[in-house]
Design a protein. Structure first.
Length: 215
């Protein structure tokens, strides 16, 4: 019941901030009050029946089933209250907002874009001819245009299993007989290791960098 009460308070906070409508708040609050009243009534009934059972030895199996049913109703009301707010998949900073106050939300609709502050990495695209010297775990020296006074350190974390052209809308077809060889590029993810938190905090999503793989 404490969890359900907290959910109800959070629903009221969302109503004050305009995140949910008055109708949704009223429906969820009514369901909460009904479940709470039903739960308290069943508990009082059980207490009285326990007192009678102590004296007469009545079977309380039906009463125990009733309290389980009331508990299920409370959990359902708690679930309905949880629908009043949306929880992000991870913590971070909102990069862009795609919804305004008063708009209706549809399933699958993008509301905001969140930049994860906990994980930072570099994606570099190397030519096919450079790949023989690049392996997982290789050390990488990184120069960031926006932070010229810091030399970042990294390591090759993974290599993509396909080139960029393999995912294009019109992939290159070399079975036509008039194919012209074009050197492809492969995406490599580089993890940032052995860098201070102050230096990492200066990096922003989308920066241009120059990477040099050591071998």
């Amino acid at each position: 019941m404490d969890n359900l009460a907290r959910e109800d308070r959070r629903c009221e906070q969302l109503l004050r901030t305009g995140s949910i409508s008055q109708q949704i708040a009223d429906q969820t609050h009514t369901a909460y009050l009904a479940a709470q009243a039903r739960y308290e009534q069943i508990c009082r009934t059980i207490e009285m029946q326990h007192s009678v059972a102590d004296e007469q030895g009545y079977n309380l199996s039906a009463s125990e089933a009733a309290i389980e049913l009331a508990q299920a109703a409370v959990e359902l009301a708690e679930l309905n209250l949880s629908y009043c707010y949306i929880i992000a998949s991870h913590s971070g900073v909102v990069g862009s907002r795609d919804i305004n106050i008063g708009e209706l939300v549809n399933p699958g609709q993008t509301l905001v874009s969140i930049v994860d502050e906990q994980q930072k990495w570099v994606e570099a695209n190397y030519r096919e001819s450079q790949l023989p010297n690049i392996h997982e775990g290789s050390e990488v020296s990184i120069h960031v245009d926006a932070v010229p006074d810091v030399q970042y350190k990294g390591r090759v974390q993974s290599l993509s299993d396909a080139t960029g052209s393999a995912f294009s809308l019109v992939p290159i077809d070399n079975a036509t007989g008039n194919f012209v060889k074009v050197e492809q590029r492969l995406t490599i993810r580089i993890a940032l290791d052995e860098n201070s938190e102050e230096d990492l905090a200066r990096l922003k999503a989308g920066y241009s960098v120059e990477c040099e793989v050591k071998y």
